[in-house]
Design a protein. Structure first.
Length: 116
């Protein structure tokens, strides 16, 4: 079990589900093949619990959140480097198309487990 201290609050993130593991694995494989050497594909943490502001303050330029509550929706977040805040997310539920951090075109169904 992982424990984290975030702004003085102890967090015990839930265990990752099979669905999470499958989506994360498929996304890593899909992105790793086209990822330029200057970038690194990593598996992040739960960002809905206050991490957006921390990621922005740390200067993390891009991160994705995958929501499985109603099908599969990918939220692509980008940092506003001047304000050091996260810009509103772009949502994809059919095909992810983005030019940054490198050109990516990825059908969401490639990430979706059979039973989701």
């Amino acid at each position: 079990m992982r424990r984290e201290l975030l702004d003085g609050v102890l967090l015990v993130p839930p265990c990752r589900t099979d669905i999470h593991q499958i989506i994360a694995m498929r996304l890593m494989v899909a992105l790793e093949g086209s990822c330029p050497i200057a970038f690194q594909v990593t598996q992040g943490m739960e960002v809905r619990m206050g991490r957006q502001a921390l990621y922005a303050a740390a200067g993390i330029p891009h991160y994705w959140v995958i929501d499985t509550d109603n099908g599969l929706v990918v939220h692509v977040h980008k940092l506003d480097p001047q304000a050091r805040t996260s810009l509103p997310a772009t949502l994809f539920d059919d095909e992810i198309q983005t030019a940054e951090p490198w050109p990516i075109k990825l059908p969401v169904k490639r990430l979706t487990p059979r039973y989701l």
